[in-house]
Design a binder for this molecule. Structure first.
Ligand SMILES: Cc1cc2nc3c(=O)[nH]c(=O)nc-3n(C[C@H](O)[C@H](O)[C@H](O)COP(=O)(O)OP(=O)(O)OC[C@H]3O[C@@H](n4cnc5c(N)ncnc54)[C@H](O)[C@@H]3O)c2cc1C
Ligand code: FES
Length: 283
């Protein structure tokens, strides 16, 4: 169970895609849902979205950025290795229905999370305009897949090395000015500041907007309270009430503050892991 069938390095090796054998999860998973995995029996539990599922092959694909100890450990595993466990599908599926024109905006590894949602909206008969961005051309992921999943695709890079020179918010504003009220909904997924600024843009145009929140999670079942987020005047648990919420009600600043709560411990864990790796390479 949970064998890694393939490993592909994307974006200069900083982002990794793994296809994992998990037939029961693949059979049930819907766009917007995620899994929680442990690399080994003493490892921490980390949530990752299913960027793709293949029911026939009984597989799920995760795409993740190497940011700390557990993602580094995961990226160090080879095809044919086994994960200790994978729990899922977790979270509420994206409410997908035919509405008209939908704009899907993704930044960084958020594009991997956005991909199944974009595909779902197109398959439901919507006209889907996708806007994806990265810091530079080499860090851009899933352009080909997003092109296939949408009707129109716009690419942006912060440094202008590819596509529009600037942020996804610039193109989002242009598209909203062009299509106006024909746009029935926007979905924005990426780093918290990007989602916050996309949300400001769509609010000015009165377009209902959904964001997927990457709150810190532990159990993923609504028991620990770790993933709590403020949405309007309600406290929600991202794992069971989300991870998608009405962007115009989310307290993004509160979310950012909670995401940095364990920075000291995360750095210590990564330093210890890197020290262990360099010792075993030298030996
Ligand atoms: C529903 C959901 C879906 C996600 N999907 C993806 C995805 O598809 N691809 C991707 O690259 N990342 C995704 N993430 C973020 C991913 O879970 C974190 O990058 C990962 O847990 C980092 O662990 P680490 O040990 O490598 O890094 P650490 O050094 O431990 O942490 C680095 C940063 O990652 C975040 N983080 C740490 N632990 C957790 C945790 N248990 N839960 C959530 N965030 C944490 C914190 O912001 C932290 O500052 C998702 C998060 C959520 C909540
Ligand atoms: S992760 Fe524990 S309540 Fe959501």
């Amino acid at each position: 169970m949970y064998q890694i069938l393939s490993k592909t390095e994307l974006a200069q090796g900083t982002v990794v895609a793994n296809e994992i054998h998990a037939p029961k999860i693949a059979a049930k998973a819907k766009p917007g849902q995620f899994i929680i995995l442990r690399v080994n029996e003493t490892g921490e539990r980390i949530p990752l979205t299913m960027a793709n599922t293949n029911e026939e092959r009984g597989t799920i694909t995760i795409i993740y950025q190497v940011v700390g100890k557990t993602t580094a450990l995961l990226a160090s595993m080879s095809a044919m290795d086994h994960l200790a466990d994978v729990v899922g599908p977790l979270g509420r599926p994206t409410p997908i229905e035919k509405k008209g024109t939908i704009i899907c905006v993704g930044g960084g590894t958020g594009v991997a999370v956005l991909h199944p949602i974009t595909k779902g909206f197109k398959e439901a008969g919507n006209h889907v305009i996708a806007i994806i961005g990265a810091r530079n051309k080499d860090l851009l992921i899933m352009e080909k897949e997003m092109k296939a999943a949408s009707n129109e695709l716009y690419v942006c890079t912060d440094d202008g090395s590819y596509g529009h020179h600037g942020f996804v918010t610039d193109v989002l504003k242009e598209q909203l000015e062009k299509h106006g009220a024909a746009v029935k909904e926007a979905v924005c997924i990426g780093p918290v500041p990007m989602m916050k600024f996309c949300s400001k843009v769509t609010k000015d145009f009165g377009i209902p907007t959904m964001v997927s929140l990457n709150a810190i999670m532990v159990d993923g079942t609504g028991m620990c309270g770790c993933c709590r987020v403020q949405v309007g005047d309600e406290t929600k648990f991202a794992c069971v009430d989300g991870p998608e919420f009405d962007a115009h009600k989310v307290d993004f600043d509160g979310l950012s503050a909670r995401l940095t709560a364990y920075q000291k411990q995360e750095k210590e864990a990564m330093d210890a892991y890197q020290k262990k790796c360099s010792c075993s390479t030298e030996a």
